[in-house]
Every structure is written in structure tokens, then in C-alpha cells.
Design a protein around this ligand. Structure first.
Ligand code: NAP
Length: 546
């Protein structure tokens, strides 16, 4: 890399905090930030990674709630950029627990000597583009300033927690936990009455574990979610060896799949199958476990009638599992399965057979109030000692709009995105030159296995920066018409998919006042990668280089 991209005053990579100038600043030290750092170093750039938390790992640093684990299989939810890494790391379970994934992230940081360029406990509050110097000025919560030619947001899609404004929450006398900000000290619910608010993926994992410990558990459900069994199990040596012997093949297969996950997608339409064939297919996938249930038939997310058959199968399972028919009915969703993200559980529905678990179905109504001693619903107060808010995230945009990001002419990203996020390929936004997003809105991101999606974005950005350097280009940003056309395309594709038809965090429905836009790109990982590659092959078509 020649001096064009590099700073005149290259700081030493010593870990010392500074008000220095860098070639690139990366915000966030989760899986995206770690790999971005590794790649930028490979280009010979001076890089600093700024991380708000006291440790690396991003979402896996924060989400320590009981039962937290990934619902993408561990052999696939891992980096593939280094064959040595994927060969040497030993996952122990089909679905890795949060502590194991966090150990993996730390192993990666050590193995590639990444820590010396990461500043922990450093929350970025401002990122402003200076039109005169063409540099990004960064300010941190503790008053430090730095600047860089490139600013890369590795801030995560599900990192900005959503705490609804429950009337009286501040008066609650007991402990309040958010699943996305779980304490580092062990939380013991023994002998306690616990209230869990929410029934999304986090709650569905936490509820069976908390129920086994607590004196009594009240689950406050606004909307039931569909969940399928994980069938988690230890990974056997044979399975691991087999995958490792053919890892490249598995990774390549995964890249051909819509979600970037290698699994068998049945190419048949649910409506072409007989009722018996459908039942056999759903049952086989239910017994196998995991999100690949949605691959039972090819049209489950495109045809409501087809979708109804899968939804009904799960409702039947709920009725078979939950002894009290009224509770089974309350737990049974009536909307499109897979519309809200499909959850994966261990013993979730069976937990409602326990005598110490009460489902409080809000029936779509709001929680009236939190009192000093409990939760008030429909005029009745449920006394609890501890409250668990499993209320999710200000997804996809929250981590970005919470930072005061200012582009050319002082325009803020918040203003620009006030009617919904606008970004070309989910990678860059017009008016914000040299600012990249990893798995930003408008990219497949949360609809895919995040690890390959992160790697694809990091590699695209790396190649882009190498291109700029090679050609002496100082600045890149999307052309407005290309960005607008991409957003039209993102919306058009969303309109063809049943996933856009319900209230979910995909459309921002969980955060009051957030514009309702289907934020991720639902055209699938292969189509998206092809588009990104075509853009590069055409000389960064749709971008303005100057
Ligand atoms: P979530 O899916 O957004 O669920 C939040 C829950 O809180 C929903 O049940 C929601 O009800 C409820 N809620 C929100 N505001 C409420 C209010 N004012 N009153 C009552 N209830 C309220 O959040 P999450 O469970 O944290 O999961 C978010 C995403 O993180 C997942 O979809 C997944 O992508 C990821 N995740 C993955 C895993 C995994 O890999 N296993 C685990 C956890 C999370 P409504 O449905 O009515 O809005």
C-alpha cells in the first residue's frame, strides 16, 4: 500500500490511547470488527478498533442470559477465512453456547494478535466528516478525539437494546435485567418470583432455564412466536472430522444457499405434496431440529396457503405438548410462520406444563404499569422479585443512529434515515464518503448466517480500499440514483416475500415511532454477492470515486 491511504503520522500499534490520526477507524470489536482489523492490517493500514464494551465479542459479549446460544450450527457459525483456524478450533456442541462462542472470539483475537489495536471501554458518540480534510473525526464518550480517512461501522445489527417505556419501570424495587445487557456476575433466581416480558428468541431460550431455577415464573406475552426444537447435542468426533475433511465443500455449498447455510432445501412445493407427504417432511425436520424446518418446502415463504400447512403443523405440536388447552391456544401464533424470525428452543412449550410457570397473555394489549412490586396487566398485579426484559433490539439501524454521524455539509445519518434506512447495497450511504457499514440495512445480514455475510462485506471493503489506493482515489460514496434504485429493489423483493407481512423487528415494528420499512435485503445471499461482484467488475458501478 503506498502512502496515499496511509497517514503521515502513523501511530505505533502499541495499544496506547491517543488523539491520533489513523488510516482507518473501525467501530465495534465483534466478529465484524475483528475480521476487518485483520484485513486492514493486511493492507498495511494503521487501524484502531473502538469498542464500547470491556471485552471483545460484540453480541456474544452482551447476551449472557441463561440459555443463550446460537441457533445456527456451530460448525457453520464460524469464520472460514483461515483454514488453520477452522481446522484447529473444536466446537463441542451442535449449537454453541454463548460462553463457547465468546471463547472462540477471544481465541481469534489472540491467534491473530488483534488486541493491540483494540481500545475497549471506548464508546463512540460522534463521527463527523470534515469536508476540508476529507477525514472522519471521531469523538468518544470520555472526550477523546481521533481521525481517520476511512470509518467502518462494525456496530452489529442487534446490539442497540430496546427497553420499552413501561409506565413505572423506574419504581420497580427488585432487580431488572435486559437479556441483551446481562450482568457478568451469575444471577441466581433460586427462591425468586421472576417476570419475563417478551417471547422472542432470547426469551424462548431463557424461559426454560429460568423456570427450572425460579420459585415462580410469569411470562408476559404480547404475541406468541413460533419455535421449533433445537435438538442440541454434543458434537461427536466423527461428525467433526467429517466436516473438517470437507470444510471447503461445505462452505461453498453454503454460499449457494439463500441464507448462507448448507442444508437440504426440499425443492418441492408444499401444495404439490399430499397431506401425508407434508406431515412426513415436517415431522422429519421437527425431529432433526433447527431453523431448516423452513426448508421443508420451497414455497413456504412465498405462498400463504403453503405457509399455513407448516404453521398448522407447529400449532398441532403445541397442542400435543401443552397439557392445558387454553394455554396451548394462547401460545399458538396465527400469523405467517417465519414472518417474525423463527425461534429455536429446548423444551420451550413443555415448560408451560410446569406448576411454577404462568403464561400471562396480554392479547396484544399493553402492559398497564410496572409497580414497585410487580407487573400490572388487565387490572391485576403479578408480584415479582425480578424482572427480565427480553424485549429485543432497535435492530439494524439503532447502533448507527445512536452515534451522531455527520456526512458532507453536516447532514446527519439520523435525518437522512428518518423515513427509513437508505444505503447502497447496505454498504455505504450517499453523502457519507469513506464511511462503510458491515452488514448494514439493505444487505442480507440478519436473514443469513451472519459469519459468511460479515466475511463477504469485510472482503468487499478490503478490495475496495485496495482499489482506491491503486488508482490514487481519495474518496468513494454511492451515487444517489444508484442508492435509490437499490432501495426500490430491496422493497420490491421484500414485497414478494411473506416475511414482510407482519409486525417484526425486520420492519422496525417493535420500536414505537420507527418507520416501517423491511430493512434487510431478502433476495438471498447468492444474488446479493453476485450484485456486489458485478458492481466491482464494472468499476464500482453506482459509486462516485473522486
Ligand atoms: P425480539 O425477537 O424482538 O422479541 C422481543 C419480545 O419482546 C417480543 O416477544 C415482543 O413482542 C416483546 N415486546 C417488545 N416490546 C414489548 C412491549 N412494549 N410490551 C410487551 N412485550 C414487548 O427480541 P429477541 O428475542 O432479543 O431476539 C431478537 C433477535 O436476536 C432474534 O430474532 C434473533 O435474530 C436474534 N437472536 C438470536 C438468538 C439465537 O441465535 N438463538 C437468540 C436470541 C436472539 P411482539 O412480538 O409483540 O413485538
Amino acid at each position: 500500500m503506498d502512502s496515499d491511504l496511509r497517514d503521515r503520522q502513523r501511530p505505533e500499534s502499541t495499544g496506547a490511547a491517543s488523539s491520533a490520526e489513523y488510516d482507518a477507524l473501525v467501530i465495534g470489536a465483534g466478529f465484524a470488527g475483528l475480521y476487518m482489523l485483520y484485513r486492514l492490517r493486511g493492507l498495511g493500514l494503521s487501524v484502531r478498533v473502538l469498542e464500547a464494551a470491556s471485552g471483545i465479542g460484540g453480541t456474544w459479549y452482551w447476551n449472557r442470559y441463561p440459555g443463550a446460544r446460537c441457533d445456527v450450527e456451530s460448525m457453520q457459525y464460524s469464520y472460514q477465512f483461515s483454514d488453520e483456524l477452522q481446522q484447529e478450533w473444536e466446537w463441542t456442541e451442535r449449537y454453541a453456547t454463548q460462553p463457547e462462542i465468546l471463547r472462540y472470539a477471544n481465541h481469534v483475537a489472540d491467534r491473530f494478535d488483534l488486541r493491540r489495536d483494540i481500545e475497549l471501554d471506548t464508546r463512540v458518540t460522534v463521527a463527523a466528516f470534515d469536508d476540508t480534510t476529507s477525514r472522519w473525526r471521531i469523538e468518544t464518550e470520555d472526550g477523546r478525539r481521533m481521525s481517520a480517512k476511512f470509518c467502518i461501522m462494525a456496530t452489529g445489527c442487534l446490539s442497540s437494546t430496546n427497553t420499552p417505556k413501561f409506565e413505572g419501570l423506574e419504581r420497580f424495587a427488585g432487580a431488572v435485567y435486559h437479556t441483551g445487557r446481562w450482568p457478568h456476575e451469575p444471577v441466581d433466581f433460586t427462591g425468586k418470583r421472576v417476570g419475563v416480558i417478551g417471547t422472542g428468541s432470547s426469551a424462548i431460550q431463557a424461559i426454560p432455564v429460568i423456570a427450572a431455577q425460579a420459585d415462580h415464573l410469569y411470562v408476559f406475552q404480547r404475541t406468541p412466536h413460533y419455535t421449533v426444537p433445537a435438538r442440541n447435542a454434543p458434537l461427536t468426533r466423527d461428525v467433526v472430522q467429517n466436516i473438517k475433511a470437507n470444510y471447503a465443500q461445505l462452505r461453498n455449498n453454503a454460499k449457494q444457499m439463500f441464507a448462507g447455510i448448507d442444508f437440504h432445501l426440499n425443492q418441492q412445493s408444499a401444495l404439490d405434496a399430499s397431506a401425508d407427504e407434508r406431515r412426513r417432511e415436517y415431522e422429519a425436520r421437527w425431529q432433526h431440529g433447527g431453523v431448516t424446518f423452513m426448508g421443508s418446502f420451497t414455497d413456504l415463504l412465498f405462498n400463504k396457503e403453503a405457509n399455513d400447512t407448516a404453521a398448522q403443523f407447529v400449532r398441532d405440536k403445541i397442542r400435543e405438548t401443552v397439557r392445558d388447552p387454553a394455554i396451548a391456544a394462547a401460545l399458538s401464533p396465527r400469523y405467517v410462520i417465519g414472518c417474525k424470525r423463527l425461534c429455536v428452543d429446548t423444551d420451550y412449550y413443555a415448560t408451560y406444563n410446569r406448576p411454577n410457570v404462568t403464561l400471562v397473555d396480554l392479547g396484544g394489549a399493553p402492559i398497564e404499569a410496572i409497580t414497585a412490586t410487580g407487573v400490572k396487566v388487565g387490572g391485576k398485579e403479578y408480584s415479582v422479585d425480578s424482572l427480565v426484559l427480553a424485549t429485543g433490539f432497535d435492530a439494524m439501524t439503532g447502533a448507527l443512529t445512536r452515534i451522531d454521524i455527520r456526512g458532507t455539509g453536516g447532514e446527519t445519518l439520523r435525518e437522512k434515515w428518518s423515513a427509513g434506512p437508505r444505503a447502497y447495497l447496505g454498504l455505504m450511504s450517499a453523502g457519507f464518503p469513506n464511511l462503510f457499514m458491515i452488514t448494514g440495512p439493505g444487505s442480507p445480514s440478519v436473514l443469513t448466517n451472519m459469519l459468511p455475510s460479515i466475511e463477504q462485506h469485510v472482503e468487499w471493503i478490503t478490495e475496495c480500499l485496495a482499489h482506491l489506493n491503486k488508482h490514487g482515489i481519495k474518496q468513494i460514496e454511492p451515487a444517489l440514483d444508484a442508492e435509490n434504485a437499490w432501495i426500490v429493489h430491496v422493497n420490491e423483493v421484500a414485497g414478494t416475500n411473506l416475511r414482510s407481512t407482519c409486525s417484526s423487528w425486520y420492519v422496525g415494528a417493535n420500536v414505537p415511532g420507527k418507520p416501517r420499512i423491511f430493512m434487510p435485503y431478502i433476495g438471498g445471499f447468492p444474488a446479493y454477492v453476485q450484485k456486489c461482484n458485478e458492481v466491482v467488475a464494472a468499476g464500482y458501478a453506482g459509486f462516485t470515486l473522486s
